[in-house]
Design a binder for this molecule. Sequence first.
Ligand SMILES: Nc1ccn([C@@H]2O[C@H](COP(=O)(O)OP(=O)(O)OP(=O)(O)O)[C@@H](O)[C@H]2O)c(=O)n1
Ligand SMILES: O=P(O)(O)OC[C@@H](O)[C@@H](O)[C@@H](O)CO
Length: 225
Amino acid sequence: MKYTVIIPAAGMGSRMHMDYNKVFIRLGDTPIIRMTVEKFEADPDCEAIHLAGRKAEMDTLWEMLQGCTKVKGIHEGGRERQHSIHNVLRAIEPADYVFVHDGARPFVSQHTLDDLKASVEMHQAVICGVKPKDTLKRISGDEVEETIDRASVIAVHTPQAFQYDLLMRAYQNAAEKNLSVTDDSMMVEALGKRVHVTASTYDNIKITTEEDLKVAESIMKKGSE
Ligand SMILES: Nc1ccn([C@@H]2O[C@H](COP(=O)(O)OP(=O)(O)OP(=O)(O)O)[C@@H](O)[C@H]2O)c(=O)n1
Ligand SMILES: O=P(O)(O)OC[C@@H](O)[C@@H](O)[C@@H](O)CO
């Protein structure tokens, strides 16, 4: 199978409290966004990489991704992550399969990509995630309402993999109905379609806050899984 990946990188990184987009932060010598893109450069089944970027940051992005030969376009992002991805989806050539992967997750493993590829061919919509390690409770204000059976939940990561037509329909439906979502799968779920699940790794963190930079450094030191 061959696929195109959409990498949203048009956020503000506001929870990182820096005066520039967090995907430009260097881990060692390499900007986070380049580390993320390189994971897909290295996967022989990835044919094209398209990013969403902020208008004022296009030149910086192209510069940081110099030599990444699969990067075919950087498209203007939108207000929220979902708008950025929709802009890219509308701009790209149709492909059999589309993966969506956060620009801020530089430690995705080849194994995770391989599992998603095998599964999406059978199931059309596949997400990856890890089992929570903590006890989980539903709360109301500062009171516990119930303990959630943690065997029945996962913490969801990206990449998320879809048949192109299905993802297109899901994004169109979400736009028409003005749905607000936090991942791409939610839009497919809104169509009443089944979404399958494969394993991610605990290293596949989304770099969101300052503490995550320390975790990222230690993942780099030990080598990511
Ligand atoms: N309008 C937006 C918002 C987010 N993203 C991208 O979506 C990914 C995951 O989003 P998140 O971690 O929430 O990033 P930010 O929105 O940048 O962070 P924050 O919410 O702290 O501002 C990031 O790679 C980010 O650049 C995007 O392309 N367009
Ligand atoms: O933290 P935010 O809600 O802005 O973004 C979350 C999404 O990027 C996130 O849902 C996926 O990475 C899957 O976990």
